[in-house]
Design a protein around this ligand. Structure first.
Ligand code: AHG
Ligand code: MN
Ligand code: MN
Ligand code: MN
Length: 336
């Protein structure tokens, strides 16, 4: 009977969040409505990604974004879908997207109390070859709905009240935290619903995998170089770590979250602040890692304590298993 009951007791992401929101009697379901619009965007992108090659969605859009990157058609399409879904939810006030140079301030009639920072399509370089890509988002509460300023999103990651990502891979998995642990949901295409498949994700305290673009090795600073050297040639006789690097942050972080290990995008001489953007890559992934029992470090401080000055600010990032990040923190501490 239990199996039967289990099968019919569908824990959808909406139901799960409603249960969690029950802990906030003051919330009038606004967050649940916001989340349902983010989920709508993810379902749209999942279907577009699954037929990208067929729907002539691969290749360049012919524009470049504020990052100086050539926009892919799917970058632009996903961005449009998320902007429209978030604005029409009537629950957002400020939107920051990787693909928009300026923050979007929602017109007063549709204004709500949440600010959403998002990377509509992460891992664009992997679109055309069919390797996993994703969407990343982080959510702040607005300070004063009648006086909206950029300051509402130039806040430390510790002020985020929720964060998550959706990975478009062999299955479509949405990982979310609203500050009370991390849960993973898998899209059941036959229902069009995200079903709870990974309750209460906890990252192992130490892992056997390191994840970094070794092609940047000549530009690394000493602590990063020393850390990677120790992964490959451990001095304490322990086995070497495996290198796994997909090049889509969502996929590299998802594997790190489930298997343990460490993901690094260090600073280097070329880019002193690293490559990854604070508001919609570093903060959401750091939030999730801490909620799952791991940690996230910039080389100088706890990643979530960074205060961005501009909406596309970047930061070096080392995140993953608690003890693995401790090792790199010790190397930076001994260097300073
Ligand atoms: P995006 O596609 O949203 O611009 O992000 C790409 C990022 C991130 O997904 C990944 O970790 C990193 O770029 C890979 O950078 P390198 O190719 O320099 O290793
Ligand atoms: Mn990009
Ligand atoms: Mn990205
Ligand atoms: Mn992107």
């Amino acid at each position: 009977h239990a199996a039967e009951a289990q099968r019919t007791d569908l824990m959808t992401i909406t139901r799960h969040v409603l249960n969690e929101q029950g802990r906030h009697p003051e919330s009038r379901g606004d967050f649940t409505i916001l989340l349902s619009h983010i989920v709508l965007g993810c379902k749209f992108v999942a279907s577009a990604v699954n037929k990208a090659g067929l729907a002539k969605l691969i290749g360049l859009a012919g524009d470049t974004n504020v990052q100086g990157e050539e926009q892919k058609k799917l970058d632009v399409l996903s961005n449009e879908v998320f902007v429209k879904a978030l604005v029409s939810s009537g629950r957002t006030c400020v939107l920051v997207s990787e693909e928009n140079e300026e923050a979007i301030i929602v017109d007063a009639p549709l204004r709500g109390k949440y600010c959403v920072c998002f990377d509509p399509l992460d891992g664009s370089s992997n679109i055309d070859c069919g390797v996993s890509i994703g969407t990343i988002f982080g959510i702040y509460m607005i300070k004063d709905k009648d006086n909206v300023t950029l300051d509402d999103v130039l806040q430390p990651g510790t002020d985020m009240l929720a964060a998550g990502y959706c990975m478009y891979g062999s299955s479509c998995t949405l990982v979310l935290s609203t500050g009370n642990g991390v849960n993973g949901f898998t899209l059941d295409p036959s229902l069009g619903e995200f079903i709870l498949t990974h309750p209460n994700i906890k990252i192992p305290n130490r892992g056997k995998i390191y994840s970094v673009n070794e092609g940047n090795a000549k530009n690394w600073d000493a602590p990063t170089a020393k850390f990677v050297e120790k992964c490959k040639f451990p001095q304490d006789g322990s086995p070497s770590k495996s290198l796994r690097y997909i090049g889509s942050m969502v996929a590299d972080v998802h594997r790190t979250l489930l298997y343990g290990g460490i993901f690094l995008y260090p600073a280097d001489q070329k880019s002193p602040n690293g490559k990854l953007r604070v508001l919609y890559e570093v903060f959401p992934m750091s939030f999730l890692m801490e909620q799952a029992g791991g940690q996230a470090f910039t080389g100088k401080q706890r990643a979530l304590e960074l205060v961005p000055r501009k909406i596309h600010d970047r930061s070096p990032i080392f995140l993953g298993s608690y003890d693995d990040v401790e090792d790199i923190k010790a190397l930076y501490a001994s260097e300073s």
